[in-house]
Design a protein around this ligand. Structure first.
Ligand code: FAD
Length: 514
């Protein structure tokens, strides 16, 4: 009992010292800020968690900035505070592994503002075809703003309730990437607050906080024809996908605007939350197509159209479909508004939320796989390790490497075409072993081990590692440049600490940045 009391006393003293330091720091940080610096428990709790629900990191405070100046002010104060504090930008908190968290510092909450002052609204330059947006803006709001001018960004993620800074600091990919590259390839300019200065950069914001992005726009289509077709033969499926993405340089009436796909290893998940098969043109009982003990593959393609092209859409689609080798009775077609197509995952989110299935742990694994090894991956993972059981959608689609900027710090395989395989699984505590977090985590490890042993040189998208050596292996020949840039823009490693690539350094004397 006495030991318990002593321990409690020691812990309380420690907390008081930490809080004391925090309060001193807060006073420094508050100087000259137009936004809000909050230690409100509900703000701190929100910033401690993310969509993954796998890690928790409680910050000392949360900044709701309204300008780049606010952010710059806090970064300077943290840099000069000499208390080993760190700063993490947080967009909409949809990371999986605590990438937007910090345990000894300030989270800069870029999305969702509080109080009277607000960050700048999106500004559309219609004639020049670009939009300037605040780094914390959600893509859904970017879309709404640009649609007022009949314009839209070209490259998307499947889900729009993600922030501009959050996706651009990774890449941002979806079925348009084969054609337009990732979202970051469609940005003209970024304003980035780094540790040492507030600069306008025409490149990537890996070492600072993106406060403004200038995003390229195109005329927005009104409608989308969304088509899904099934395959039981993996090689037919991937050669069709690769054929479709090879058409990227063709005129727009001779290619699809969106190419994705998913794997159905479990008949129960035919209508998964990411993409349900609706409105069959040729109604067919899907279970009859399911090869026994096998796997089905669904190719998802979409073609945009306007009132002016409504006459030709049938012919264009028919022409493109004729060249594909899917199961002929499995064509599922839906015509819908462009905005509804782009926002399709949000509808699924609302359904899952209503069943309490959204706020559960998500041990997601996103891999880039060289196209020469995708058949081996199919054999070992989809038809092997997963064993006809999964707990969520598995996306698979190829992209063209030449649409990616090699200067960016995102790492992709060394082949002209590579696939994204996204295992987007949810862990449930329902007594079923194959849906438990432990089971799914073990399976993820097994998949990575299999790739390693089979010599499949996968690169992780939205990577998460715990040692610097693993990060160095991940970056490969990009590491030296990455390290140099870190040293140049964030020498004390106070930014992006949630990525766990570098450890913050604590100098004995501080030099305030000018
Ligand atoms: P946060 O989780 O808040 O932050 C993510 C990282 O970005 C952190 O390291 C953070 O510090 C940094 N960051 C945030 N804001 C800024 C800023 N302004 N400046 C600099 N750094 C910043 N990704 C795809 O590419 N394609 C998809 O189709 C896709 N679909 C998804 C669907 C769902 C349901 C979910 C949960 C995620 C999906 N993702 C997808 C992954 C998503 O793009 C990333 O997790 C992204 O980082 C989330 O953005 P966020 O605003 O929630 O970022």
């Amino acid at each position: 009992m006495a030991t318990m009391l002593l321990l409690t006393f020691l812990i309380s003293s420690l907390i008081m010292v930490t809080v004391g330091l925090a309060i001193d720091s807060m006073e420094i940080l508050r100087l000259g800020i137009d936004g809000q610096l909050s230690v409100d428990p509900s703000d701190v709790e929100t910033a401690s968690l993310d969509f993954g629900l796998l890690t928790r990191g409680q910050p000392l405070a949360v900044l709701h900035p309204v300008s780049a100046q606010d952010i710059s002010q806090v970064v300077k104060a943290v840099y000069g505070s000499n208390q080993g504090m760190t700063v993490s930008a947080r967009g909409h908190g949809h990371s999986i592994n605590g990438q937007a968290q910090t345990t000894n510092g300030v989270v800069i909450q870029m999305s969702g503002w509080k109080g009277g002052n607000k960050p700048p609204r999106p500004r559309v330059w219609a004639e020049e075809r670009y939009v300037d947006v605040w780094g914390g803006e959600l893509w859904i709001d970017v879309l709404k703003s640009t649609l007022e001018y009949g314009l839209a960004p070209k490259s998307w993620t499947d889900y729009l309730y993600l922030s501009v800074g959050g996706t651009l600091s990774n890449a941002g990919i979806s079925g348009q990437a084969f054609n337009h590259g990732p979202q970051i390839s469609n940005v003209y300019e970024l304003d980035v607050v780094t540790e040492l200065f507030h600069a306008v950069l025409g490149g990537l914001g890996q070492f600072g906080i993106i406060t403004r992005a200038r995003i390229s726009l195109e005329p927005a289509p009104k409608m989308v024809r969304w088509i899904r077709v099934l395959y039981s033969n993996f090689s037919a499926f991937t050669s069709d996908q690769e054929h479709l993405i090879s058409l990227h340089a063709e005129p727009s009436n001779q290619k699809f605007d969106y190419v994705e796909g998913f794997v159905i290893v479990d008949e129960g998940l035919i209508n998964n939350w990411r993409s349900s098969l609706l409105s069959p043109q040729n109604p067919v009982k899907i279970s009859t197509l399911f090869p026994s003990g096998g796997v089905l593959y669904c190719l998802e393609i979409a073609k945009n159209y306007h009132e002016s092209t409504v006459q030709t859409i049938d012919q264009e689609v028919e022409f493109l479909l004729k060249k594909l080798n899917f199961i002929s009775t499995s064509v599922f077609t839906t015509d819908l508004l462009y905005v509804d197509f782009l926002d399709r995952v949000h509808k699924a989110e609302l359904k899952l939320r209503s069943k309490g299935l959204w706020e559960v742990p998500h041990p997601w694994l996103n891999l880039f796989i060289p196209s020469s090894k995708i058949a081996e991956f199919d054999k070992g993972v989809f038809k092997g390790i997963l064993g006809n059981k999964t707990s969520g959608p598995i996306l698979i689609y190829p992209m063209n490497k030449n649409k990616w900027d090699h200067r960016s710090s995102v790492v992709t395989p060394d082949e002209g075409v590579f696939y994204l395989v996204a295992l987007l699984r949810s862990a449930l505590d329902n007594g079923e072993e194959t849906q438990s977090l432990e089971y799914l985590n073990n399976q993820n490890r097994q998949i990575l081990r299999y790739c390693d042993e089979a010599g499949i040189k996968v690169k992780r998208y939205l990577p998460h590692y715990t040692t610097q050596q693993e990060w160095m292996d991940h970056f490969g020949n990009k590491w030296d440049r990455f390290y140099e840039m870190k040293m140049e823009f964030d020498p004390r490693h106070i930014l992006a600490s949630g990525q766990r690539i570098f450890t913050p350094t604590f100098p004995s004397s501080s030099n305030m940045p000018s």
